[in-house]
Structures are given as structure tokens and as C-alpha cells.
Write a new protein. Sequence first.
Length: 292
Amino acid sequence: AAKKGGKNTFRFFDPAMQHALEHRTELESALRQAITGEQLRLHYQVQTDALGRTLGMEALVRWQHPRQGLLVPGNFIPLAEETGIILDIGRWVLKTACDQLGAWQVRSETRHLTMAVNVSTRQFYQTDFVAQVKAAITTAGGVPTQLKLELTESMVLQDMDNAIAKMGELKALGVILSMDDFGTGYSSLSYLKNLPFDQIKIDKSFVQGIESNRSDALIVHSIINLGKTMGMHVVAEGVETAAQLELLKEMGCTEFQGYYFGKPRPVEHWRSESSRPAGPPASRHNSAAHQR
Ligand code: C2E
Ligand code: MG
Ligand code: MG
Ligand code: MG
């Protein structure tokens, strides 16, 4: 029998590692079941203009876990990406968001809204991705020019020629292309000019430092000017306070998203907002801000 704790003891499994492995396997099979068991949810967060009017929504995926409650993407997207489950999740998100976009066409109050969908790297590089997008829109009776795909620069940099070709096809469908988390990667002007993005989203990490950190303020201001120069819309994400909003407006930013206007919520939340007598859904951002 092996000597306990001796230097030459050979153990196949370190208990902590064993535990982590079991946890991971459990999570993985639970995640697979999440899709078939209808445990995925989309929450929607408003994107507004400078007057606080709703331009559209961003769909953000959640996992209603049977025991752990509502999980945010940070809890499961990394594993989903490693295991490839992200392809099924991404397909579900695209379809569900497009169905919602199609449903918005039915009412005059919501007909103008855009729907932003986050795309993962593996999903984007699937050979049939453009076909998937086209099918999702067509099936839902949605309008391609109101579907916005949020891509990140690291995604596009991975295989730039392929990405440019795909983006061209998506543009040909009429889809809006948005560069998410702008400023966090290797953003360089030389490649940005070769990519057919319609808009850039300033990452919330810069927006949140805008009042206290001079370099964050300078970065945000430069991004806004850069976007304008290149004829792109610039969206500030993570706007939490009136003061941040004011500064962003002074710097020339025209589109906004963040807790100040409303947190991501199930669609029912916005539906009840819009059933109030005055105005389009969540256009009165004060009422949304009260719910924080
Ligand atoms: P993202 O696309 O950059 O989305 C913005 C994140 O910031 C969201 O987190 C949103 O809830 C949060 N946020 C919005 N406004 C504020 C604010 O004012 N303050 C703060 N502190 N946070 C704010 P969430 O929902 O946890 O999503 C995190 C990331 O997960 C997303 O970042 C996106 O990269 C990814 N993700 C979300 N949904 C999907 C999806 O359906 N597919 C894929 N592939 N990725 C997704
Ligand atoms: Mg996004
Ligand atoms: Mg973002
Ligand atoms: Mg982000």
C-alpha cells in the first residue's frame, strides 16, 4: 500500500483538481440541458438618443438555472465557448431576438426599434453564419436593417480577410454592424478603416471613469471624434449617472446605453412600460431610472 503523504506517493488526483473537474463536467451537462430545457432567457436593455428616446434594445442572454437562479453571461459564456455549446446558445439567441424584432413590427409604437445581438467568435466564423442570420430574420418577418450585430475587434482580428468578407455579406443583407467594447483591445486606426462597421460602442470601463479620470475622459473624447471622422455612430455603454451623460453629450456622443436609462429586463417589463398612455417604450428614462 502507498505510504500516506510520503514524498514518493503518486496520486492521480489532487482532490481540489478532482473537485474542479467534477464541477466543470456537471456545469457542462447542465448547460447543454439549459438549451433543450428552455432555461435560457433574453433580457433587453434600451439604447437611447440624446433626448432619452428609445432607439432600440440590446439582447443579453441569461441562464435561469434550476438551483442557482438567474446567471449572467460571465458565469457560463466562457465554458460555453470552450466546449462549443456557444454555437447552440448563439443560434437560440439569434432566433429568439429576431422573433422579438418581428413581433415589434406589429405595433406602431415599437416598429422603429433596432435589436442588437452579441455574436461570439466561433459563431461568427461558422461557414453558414450569414445564412443563419438571413434565415432568422426572414422566418421572424423582421427587417434586416433593424438587426444590429455586435462584434468585437479581437473576433475580427482573428482572421481579418475572412471577417471582412463575412461583414460584407452581412452589410449586403442590410444588417447594422457594431464594434462592441471599443478601446479594450488593440484598436488601431489603420484596420478600422478597412472594416465596414456602422457604429462603435465605447466600453463601459472608459465611460465609468469619465468624471474622475482625465485619461479616460480624453480617450472617450477621442473615440467620439474618431467615430465622427469615420462617419460612424458612437454609442456610450455603461452610462450610470446624469453627470456622465452630460459630459458625453458635451463631447458629441449621440447614443447611450446604461443603468441610468434602465437595466437589462425581460421583455414583459418593457411591454408594461409601453402600455402606459404616453410615448414609446421606456422613452421617459426617468421612470426607468426610478426602478434601479
Ligand atoms: P456587452 O455586450 O459589452 O454588454 C454590456 C454589459 O454591461 C452587459 O452585461 C450589461 O448588463 C452591462 N451593463 C449595461 N449597462 C451597464 C451600466 O450602466 N453599468 C454596469 N456596471 N454594467 C452595465 P451582461 O449582461 O452581464 O453581459 C456581459 C457580456 O456577455 C456582454 O458584454 C457580452 O459580451 C456577453 N453576452 C451577453 N449576451 C450574449 C449573447 O447572447 N451571446 C454572446 N456570445 N455573448 C453575450
Ligand atoms: Mg454588446
Ligand atoms: Mg459592450
Ligand atoms: Mg462589454
